[in-house]
Design a protein around this ligand. Sequence first.
Ligand code: SAH
Length: 260
Amino acid sequence: MFRGIQRRRHRRGRGGLLRAVVAVVALILAGAAAASAAEDPFAERRAALTRSIERLAAAVYPVAGRAAMMPQVLAALEETPRHEFVPPKLVSLAYANRPLPIGFGQTISQPFIVAFMTDLREPEPVDIVLEVGTGSGYQAAVLAPLVRRLCTIEIVEPLGRSATARLARLGYDNVEVRIGDGYNGWEACGPFDSIVVTAAAGHVPPPLVRQLKPGGRMIIPVGGSFAPQQLVLVEKRADGQVSTRQLMLVRFVPLRRSGR
Ligand code: SAH
């Protein structure tokens, strides 16, 4: 990442050699930026979005009792091509920090919320993770590079199918998508180091708590369909005791139930 280099201040009064080195480094960086812009016309907007999320986290985190957002989460955000996950006619809005419609009355979550929910799980490279509510597959794509295996469930079949194809085309080969009701979790893929639910439930589904490993954590919006919901952090201690903590108000589409 360039940030560290850009932020470093160069003291005055050093010899011409230092200035020459700085000039060469600046030229190399400018060349690299131009090359990456040519390869990916969205790179600049994605970087700007990532920086704005980093700033937003710095402002919000003290309230949520957390330190800065994990650098690897910000890096994952910066590497994930959100424009591939939105409908073609909304591509110009792909790097705005807002949710967008993806059809079937569903939405791709706001990037800040995706980053926050990823960060709250404190992902480790060895983790096995469950996501309920694949939607576009964007949250899965941000999380997948940070963990070993990600299983994700989507209840709307056409969304599940297109997310499966999209994630495969983009090379996310540690992600498995299943079509079904995520309320019941995915026993065969678990137990899970963490679970993220990206649709609002009236209560924390007991099957998901059961499929959480001791020491694991779940992030889930809890509340009614038409009011803001509480984003809840569920933690299962090593001795199996479960505690919950309300973090902030959010607005998610409702968790649907099959056959109800
Ligand atoms: N994570 C998604 C956000 C999707 S919005 C993204 O990054 O794009 C929530 C999704 O949850 C919707 O696609 C909705 O169809 C799905 N959903 C709702 N109830 C569900 C259930 N019981 N099981 C699995 N998916 C569900």
